[in-house]
Design a protein around this ligand. Structure first.
Ligand SMILES: *Cc1c(COP(=O)(O)O)cnc(C)c1O
Length: 438
């Protein structure tokens, strides 16, 4: 029988092994990043044990004096980074931020437009029949924006057609959601905002993936291009702890605040809010430099894979303008199997549906693509030369079918030189060092 102490020790054992894995692997999951030691310090503070329901300085709990100061700093920093009039940093994740948006700006039964999942859309904008948050939780009727498969971007003309048809059928959209989980090129917000506004829709932008790029001034600026509201994850290209946030204009402040609390939160993970404040201060100082290198690395990774015979999408446009690269892997297998083979060599990335996969009879477990992101490797100090080395590791596994253990040994060796977090004020502690405070 397993004793309590054994359960306890086993849990810590696995945590330590996980840290070792990430010390020795190439982390290419586009939705992930590594926070600075400063952010990790914030996460272990007592803030994580407290409640602070309500708005700073209007709480309904005692003991919030410093929590209020930190939350106000976090709001101020986000306002600066995103040039936003109004910021709510309480939603605890990107999905919850989207649910705040649905609650504030729609009623159940309303029509919403977003990209479908095979075209890069996220489960939080999914239809009811797929269990997506928009459909299954808020009861919105999800209609799709049109994607140009070759350009890997929203097709402006075909989307306008679809809006017109929906209006004719008496199903005018009440909300449009730009943004995606496969998001290589800036979406045509400016080109389509009026089309949606004219039919009475709120224009929203899901910046979960690209928040860091926007803050660093390197992608697009949705609030200036016509967005009424922007939702965030704070841990993808923005390198904070896992959390959410909503950016908007003062005229929408009251309904967003109310949707967040009492609507969708009680405690709002105050240690994470502190971590987001720290990450935002780092981004304010180092963001421009960081995002430029993230995008340079993504382009370099796309090019290096392309030169090694991988079918990297959007070659005619330089592969990407963000942190994300999408590869059609069907020449060599399916995305699920390839993901598994690469993982054995300590190259961590994920399988991904391609826009045409469903029609081709492929499934999300075994899709035709893999998705790569360069935020975390950039944070570790890697540059264009390292992207070529990573592409070579991938070629050895996927194309040359070399022994994965042999490649893994070289990956571990390669990773030795990249153990510190860059683009932050202090990095005394290594990126994945297991910190013991027991
Ligand atoms: C990751 C993601 C989210 C949700 O993020 P969480 O913070 O994990 O809840 C929402 N929308 C898009 C487009 C995403 O890629």
């Amino acid at each position: 029988m397993t004793s309590a102490r054994e359960y306890y020790d086993q849990t810590f054992g696995f945590l330590q092994q996980h840290h070792r894995l990430f010390r020795e692997a190439v982390p290419l999951i586009a939705s992930e990043n590594v926070p600075s030691p400063a952010v990790r310090e914030a996460l272990v503070t007592d803030f994580g044990n407290r409640y602070a329901e309500g708005w700073p300085e209007e709480r309904v709990y005692a003991g919030c004096v410093y929590i209020d100061r930190v939350e106000l700093l976090c709001i101020e920093l986000m306002k600066k980074l995103f040039k936003a009039e109004f910021v709510d940093v309480r939603p605890i994740s990107g999905v919850m931020s989207n649910l705040v948006l649905y609650t504030a700006f729609t009623d159940p039964g309303d029509v919403m437009m977003a990209l479908p999942i095979p075209c890069g859309g996220h489960i939080s904008t999914g239809k009811k029949k797929f269990g997506g948050t928009a459909g299954a939780v808020r009861d919105l009727v999800v209609e799709y924006l049109a994607l140009d498969h070759k350009e890997l971007n929203i097709d402006v003309d075909r989307t306008k057609e679809r809006v017109k048809k929906l209006v004719e059928k008496g199903k005018a959209p009440k909300l449009v959601m730009f943004g995606a989980s496969v998001f290589p090129f800036p979406h045509p917000v400016r080109e389509l905002a009026d089309t949606f506004r004219d039919v009475g829709a709120t224009v929203a932008y899901d910046a979960a993936h690209v928040a860091g790029l926007i803050a660093g001034g390197c992608f697009q600026d949705p609030l200036r291009e016509g967005a009424d509201v922007v939702t965030l994850s704070t841990h993808k290209t923005l390198f904070g702890p896992q959390h959410g946030g909503v950016l908007s204009w003062d005229r929408y402040a009251d309904r967003i605040k109310r949707a967040t609390f009492p609507g969708l939160s009680s405690n709002h993970h105050l240690h994470a809010v502190a971590g987001v404040a720290i990450a935002c201060a780092e981004l304010l100082e180092f963001g421009k430099e960081y995002v430029k290198q993230v995008v340079r690395n993504a382009k370099a990774l796309g090019q290096a894979l392309f030169e090694r015979s991988f079918d990297v999408l959007a070659e005619h446009k330089g592969f990407t303008e963000s942190h994300v690269v999408l590869v059609d892997i069907t020449k060599y297998g399916d995305g699920g199997t390839i993901e598994g083979e690469l993982e054995k060599a300590n190259v961590i990335l994920n399988r991904n549906l391609l826009p045409w996969d469903i029609k081709a009879g492929r499934h999300f477990m075994h899709p035709g693509g893999i998705r790569l992101g360069t935020s975390e490797v950039t944070r570790l100090g890697m540059k264009e030369n390292e992207m070529a080395e990573i592409a070579e590791f991938m070629k050895r596994v996927v194309i040359d079918k070399e022994d994965v253990n042999k490649v893994k040994k070289d990956v571990v060796e390669f990773r030795r030189g990249f153990q510190k977090v860059h683009f932050c004020f202090e990095n005394m502690t290594e990126a994945y060092k297991y910190v013991k405070i027991r």
